[in-house]
Design a protein. Structure first.
Lengths: 1093, 258
């Protein structure tokens, strides 16, 4: 089991990291920014001088006069000091994420899922939670712009009124719109009105991460305006062909939540109903990590692999049509027969309760095969795992059609509102940026004005964020939600709908009004049938319209169309392929200026602030061999740096840092899209690498290599290892590139930190496990040091926290590793709730990231013992290791080692079992972090909350106009959590502000009774409410019936580093796999920690 | 060689030591007195933009605290009233008074000087940013306004009556019985423990607990007189036990610091 290659190889650098509280360099003031003369000594001298001067002034002797400004007129529903919660929804490309926004005095501070929503049950993801930072982005579009220069509103109005008149006269001659995919019924209705008023206007849509394969196949097989919906919770056997439904492939709004329902092994769930997941994928994803059986397959080999499985299913079901469909393609597969046989048999045995999925970006032919398989297996139907529904959504034209129209001179006025930034991301062969020069008037409507499309446009119109405008949306199952504004537009932006309405209106838009409201209400009355005031308010309150999901239709698929689509499929050629993957952090590049997402470690690679080329070890070594170098696995690792890969596709050349990726298919390169954007903002262009110029751009642009014919992969490419210095960016030549990987940060020392098992093992353990006698323990509890080290009795007893003796409620947490997919939503939710700053790439490299809850990700290859008895793994094992994510935060030890070493009692134990932090007391000795075996403590080496990340090293000498946090970012801060300053230690406190709020609320209810105990389930900590999979349980240990006690009664319950005798309040539940013993390699599944002693 | 140092210098070291000692003592005494909230806060009495007279409104007219500080039972923050709250009455009363000028500017839409800007009250009581004091947790559980703010109903201009330092907070958190009173009397700033008759209090307790428990909560006074006046200690201790009052102790920093 390893977290990084350096650990696997046991390099010296890795050992050094393991032994330190913070990684090497974290505690030193070295390589300080651009100014190397700012050494620690010089810094002290300057600071001393400035302190002396400050003392002379004696300015701080008088009490500063504070003001209280109440409202002039009372505001409805507003209680100063209390948060208000409103339901709304975040529009997504193919659905929506229903959310509840927490509003403090009129400013949204935190987003959570909407637990009432029937489609998502409160599920969210890190993109949705982090979108609040986009609202407050100080570099958001603030002004109308002409030729990229800010202008006044009146100047734009005079142009726009003239334009409207001109368009009306010519009935919209030459008018075209390029918008993003979306499911807003109002936008569609208003767009229709625009088409009526301007009959010659044309609509096109563009998403760089599209679902074309799935949509084309559905339309061809079932007719237009049909859509497939997936009910993963109803599937007991799932096969995913390149579909990362637990990650970035958005096939259902709460796929992770649905999947986790079938993953439960205790409580109400029957063990034999646990689902089983098979995954074919080219790179490791969250979905692959949850798989019971996973096989790395190149994307170009997926059509043949799918056909092979389809053929096996065809044989079992006796379906001639399916056999014919799979045809010859099936024979060309490279997958071993035992694999396809095993999957097909299992799917066949659970007909009607299985589901085959394909990545929505895969070719339509693959989807046709998959649909045919689901039909043959009787998985289609109203209460079955997959269903056909009628939608009311219409698709606009393709971007390639728009390109043709522009080339033919048919477009004179183009309005770009697509969030995918088409000028930057459009397929390279279209030459979109050059084509746009032919467009007379190019308007851009967007939240960001620092994107290529905005830079290219003649006129830029600031758009309203979804949290500040009226709108509506349909979730992926069709449930209708109204998007209500949480705050008035911060920078006078207009929504897309309001812009279209403005185009239709004869009058000037009302100042401060949102025309979208009336339009949404009209759409609502059309959809709901009854537009009564009461019903409207119910929908606003709940966040959705009941029973508005799409209607299921019975329909047979069209086999001829399927045949035609499948005929277009080609077997893989065996050469190199470059796969353009959706990024886990910036999606397709739209979140490039979102610091939270940029600094969120990738769930698989743990890379931050960059993208990279992911390759398997064997492939990298092969590339080295091509260059005449003989590399072993050890040579692949250079500390904090990466070798470079040169990718040549026709005339286009791209350089990308190489990341050795365990579990990656050979001869395949994955590169995430969305990076390398120029002039895209200060987060997107963070100065990197201690002032050594790397071009001030995060990541590398891969769109130049992408063509419209194959937007998912490029096959005719040449790749080679860079061995000479190359000019990576203008004026920056190098052979290697600095990268920030968090995988080795905050490593713990111990064995069997992560525990797993199989369903069979769990059944055996459950049969004889008695939670009343934990001293006997289950096999899960007796691994690693716990197998042989006698219990450790702490001489430091602390308070008596036993329930019954101590009258207070005792807080505790259980994290179910069987549910956790490693998606990182908890990390972002924690960041948003607890005012955690970002620190920038340089700081991450030296290990100073501040996330309170980190996702430890382990790879576990099959190990074999060599002649000397050492455990070794070869390249074959590294081709498909198991992946295990484990969220770690402060475990609130009852006998906490950090507390005993604090010289100022800044960290103490409360009567409720919390390991509390009094930030105002902390003097920053860092002894506590030194003594924490979980490495859960974070130190503010700089004023991260006060200074932008490029000004950290300058301290008091930072640019005057850059000092301090932008006012808009201050609005996001949670007022109930201290914003920590430089020199203060911080860590997870189980969201103590939420606990206190609940306790005080209970006191308010109790009044003159003694009922002061907070009922179970009332407190939901931030990470818990963000977890779609429901992996985190929090509650009161002294309440016998609490959910957390029930979770901890499982035989899977174990305490990490138990042998230290710390009595951690957070415990983990071991992961359970459900292997199919007919599959190759099944004997290794779920047995990683079994032999740890 | 002549003597460089005259005779009196022989005692110089002693004089220096004594002088330093006296100075040191003086400095320590000054710091302990002048650098503590007792000196820096108590008595702070800034001028307000509107000379609102609590003694008139509360003391004489008998207005309840919660008419203006309306969310004190619901929220951690005891709100200062919006100008519209003042305007509820003052649109009828003393409309022309020049003292009401800022209120009219904020709330009277018919007034020529109306600008709708809030009145800028000067803050008297200020907890540091890292202290999360919650009013609702206190007033809903029997701690009166008087305990922290003094008798506001006697103040023509509000001043800082109590020191509100951390040790002052903890005094009460260690011994809440010294301040607890029946919920009905929380906003009665003139209430004294003697105002509550032993019989009424016993009846109240009997409504909440059985006879044995009542006897334990409120034992008979030592002199055995059933009409003996109640003391604060007696009322407080009984309520503390009955209501299960457990304020965050000095060990529990997270009660007030997060």
């Amino acid at each position: 089991m390893f977290r990084s290659l350096a650990e696997l190889q046991g390099t010296a650098g890795f050992k050094k990291r393991l032994e330190r509280e913070f990684p090497q360099g974290a505690a030193e003031l070295e390589g300080s920014g651009e100014d190397d003369s700012l050494s620690r000594r010089r810094f002290m001298r300057l600071m001393g001088a400035s302190t002396a001067f400050a003392g002379l002034g004696m300015a701080a002797c008088r009490r500063p006069v504070g003001k209280i400004l109440p409202y002039a007129g009372s505001v409805e529903w507003m209680i100063p000091g209390k948060a208000v919660y409103y339901a709304t929804a975040m529009p997504r490309a193919a659905g929506a994420t229903p959310i509840v926004a927490k509003i403090h005095e009129g400013r949204p501070t935190h987003l959570q899922g909407n637990p009432l929503h029937p489609g998502t049950n409160g599920g969210t993801d890190h993109f949705a939670i982090a979108s609040i930072l986009d609202l407050y982005d100080p570099e958001r579009s603030r002004f109308y712009k002409k030729d990229d220069v800010a202008i006044g509103y009146t100047e734009f109005r005079s142009f726009f009124s003239a334009k409207k008149k001109q368009l009306a006269a010519s009935s919209g001659e030459g008018l075209a719109f390029l918008h993003g995919a979306g499911t807003s019924p109002t936008r569609q209705r208003v767009a229709l009105q625009v088409s009526e008023k301007f009959p010659k206007a044309k609509f096109y849509q563009y998403e760089s991460v599209d679902r074309d394969g799935l949509e084309t196949a559905t339309a061809n097989l079932y007719g237009s305006r049909k859509q497939l919906i997936f009910r993963i919770d109803k599937a007991e056997r799932i096969l995913s062909v390149g579909c990362d439904f637990l990650g970035v492939d958005h096939i259902a709004d709460d796929a992770a939540g649905d999947f986790s329902k079938g993953r439960k092994v205790e409580g109400d769930a029957k063990a034999d109903s646990m689902n089983r997941l098979y995954v074919l994928e080219h790179q490791y994803t969250n979905t692959g990590g949850m798989a019971d059986h996973r096989l790395p397959v190149k994307v170009s080999d997926m059509p043949a692999a799918t056909a092979a499985i389809a053929a096996r299913i065809g044989e079992l079901t006796g379906d001639r049509e399916l056999l014919a469909l799979a045809g010859d393609l099936a024979k060309k597969t490279t997958i071993e027969r035992k694999w396809t046989d095993g999957v097909a048999k299992d799917l066949f045995n659970s007909r009607g309760k299985g589901l085959v999925l394909a990545g929505s970006r895969l070719d339509a032919g693959v989807h046709a095969l998959v649909i045919a398989m689901n039909v043959a297996l009787a998985n289609f139907g109203q209460d079955k795992p997959v269903d056909v529904v009628v939608t009311d959504l219409q698709k606009s034209g393709e971007i390639s059609e728009l390109a043709t129209a522009i080339a033919a001179g048919e477009v004179s006025t183009l309005v770009i509102s697509a969030e995918s930034d088409p000028v930057y991301s459009a397929p390279a062969d279209l030459g979109f940026a050059e084509l746009l020069e032919k467009v007379e008037t190019l308007m851009h409507l967007g939240v960001r004005d620092l994107c290529a499309s905005a830079h290219a446009a003649h006129w830029h119109i600031p758009a309203a964020h979804y949290l500040e405008s009226w709108g509506d949306v349909r979730a992926s199952d069709g449930t209708y939600s109204v998007i209500q504004p949480m705050i008035a537009p911060l920078f006078n932006g207009v929504s897309e709908t309001a812009f279209l309405l403005d185009l239709l209106a004869d009058k000037e838009p009302e100042e401060g009004g949102d025309a979208g409201l009336a339009a949404v209400r009209e759409t609502f009355s059309l959809i709901a049938g009854d537009a009564g005031e009461g019903r409207w308010h119910t929908v606003l309150r709940n966040g959705f319209l009941k029973e508005s999901a799409y209607r299921s239709v019975a329909g047979a698929m069209n086999p001829a169309a399927a045949q035609q689509l499948v005929a277009g499929l080609q077997p893989g050629t065996g050469g190199f392929e470059v796969v353009f993957t959706t990024d886990n952090k910036v999606w397709d590049g739209r979140y490039i200026n979102n610091g939270w997402l940029q600094e969120l470690p990738d769930p698989i690679t743990s890379l931050v602030w960059d993208n990279a080329a992911l390759l398997s070890h064997a492939t990298i070594k092969q590339l080295a061999k091509d260059k005449g170098e003989d590399w072993s696995n050890k040579d692949l690792v250079i500390e904090d740096k990466a070798y470079l890969l040169k990718v040549t596709a026709g005339e286009n050349i791209g350089y990308f840092p190489i990341l050795p990726a365990p579990g990656h298919a050979r001869n395949s390169v994955s590169i995430a899209m969305g990076y390398g954007q120029l002039n895209a903002g200060s987060i997107a262009g963070t100065p990197q690498s201690a002032g050594k110029d790397t071009g001030d751009v995060t990541g590398f642009d891969v769109f130049a290599l992408r063509t419209s014919a194959t937007p998912l992969i490029a096959e005719s490419v040449e790749i080679e290892l860079v061995t000479e210095e190359v000019e990576l960016r203008e004026g920056y030549s190098t052979k290697t590139y600095p990268i920030a990987l968090t995988q080795e940060h905050f490593m713990m020392e111990g064995r069997a930190l992560y525990r797993d098992g199989t369903l069979k093992e769990l059944e055996e353990e459950t049969a004889h496990y008695d939670p009343a006698h934990p001293e006997h323990g289950s096999s899960f509890q007796k691994r690693g040091m716990d197998a042989h080290i006698p219990p450790n009795h702490s001489i430091y007893r602390g308070q008596d926290l036993r329930p019954g003796v101590n009258p207070n409620q005792q807080w505790a947490m259980a994290i179910d590793l069987n549910q956790c997919t490693g998606c990182n939503a908890c990390t972002i939710a924690c960041q948003s709730e607890n005012n955690i700053p970002i620190v920038g790439k340089d700081q991450v490299i030296v290990g100073r990231e501040m996330h309170w809850i980190r996702m430890d990700r382990y790879f576990a290859p099959d190990m074999k013992q060599d002649d000397h008895g050492h455990w070794q793994s070869d390249d074959e094992d590294l081709d498909n290791p198991q992946l295990m994510p484990q969220p770690v935060a402060c475990t609130q030890c009852e006998a906490a080692p950090c507390e005993t070493v604090c010289p100022v009692n800044a960290t103490v134990h409360t009567e409720e079992g919390l390991n509390a932090m009094a930030y105002n007391r902390c003097i920053g000795t860092r002894y506590c972090a030194n003594n924490c075996p979980y490495k859960a403590r974070r130190f503010n080496f700089f004023d991260y909350n006060k200074r932008p990340i490029d000004q950290l090293y300058k301290g008091p000498f930072s640019d005057k106009d850059k000092t301090g946090v932008a006012p808009s970012l201050q609005l996001q801060k949670n007022p109930n959590v201290t914003v920590r300053m430089r020199g203060v230690m911080e860590k997870c406190t189980y969201c103590v502000q939420r606990i206190q709020e609940a306790k005080i609320n209970q006191k308010r209810i109790a009044r003159d009774s003694d009922d002061t105990r907070v009922p179970d389930g009332v407190i939901k900590v931030a990470c818990q409410s963000a977890c779609s999979a429901g992996a985190i349980t929090f509650g009161d240990l002294s309440d016998k019936d609490s959910m957390v006690n029930k979770a901890k009664a499982s035989p899977r319950n174990y305490e990490m580093l138990k042998y230290l005798g710390l009595r951690a309040r957070t415990t983990y539940l071991a992961r359970i796999k459900n292997p199919n013993m007919d599959m190759p390699g099944a004997e290794h599944v779920g047995t990683v920690s079994k032999n740890f002693h | 060689m002549a003597n460089f140092f005259p005779r009196w210098t022989n005692t110089l070291p002693l004089q220096v030591v004594v002088a330093l000692g006296v100075m040191g003592l003086g400095v320590s005494a000054a710091v302990t007195y002048y650098f503590t909230p007792k000196y820096t806060r108590v008595g702070y009495q800034p001028d307000q933009p509107v000379p609102y007279d609590h003694k008139l409104h509360v003391g004489q007219l008998g207005m309840d605290c919660r008419y203006c500080h309306s969310f004190v039972e619901k929220s951690g923050h005891a709100n200062v009233p919006a100008a519209s709250t003042c305007w509820n009455c003052h649109q009828h009363v003393k409309l022309g008074s020049p003292k009401l000028e800022p209120i009219r500017k904020a709330a009277d839409k018919n007034y020529e000087g109306y600008d709708g800007n809030p009145v800028e009250w000067v803050r008297v009581h200020r907890a540091p940013d890292y202290v999360y004091f919650d009013h609702s947790a206190h007033v809903n559980r029997g701690v009166s306004c008087v305990s922290c703010h003094g008798d506001i109903s006697e103040m023509r201009v509000v001043y800082h009556a109590e020191e509100q330092s951390m040790s002052w907070c903890l005094d009460c958190h260690k011994q809440p019985e010294k301040h607890l009173r029946p919920l009905d009397e929380v906003f009665n700033l003139k209430w004294q423990p003697e105002d509550l008759s032993r019989k009424d209090f016993t009846d109240y307790l009997a409504g909440k607990a059985d006879a044995a428990k009542v006897a334990e909560l409120l034992p008979l006074p030592k002199n055995g007189n059933p009409d003996e006046l109640l003391s604060q200690e007696e009322i407080g201790s009984a309520l503390k036990k009955l209501w299960n009052i457990h304020p965050p102790s000095p060990n529990n920093c997270s009660g007030c610091h997060r």
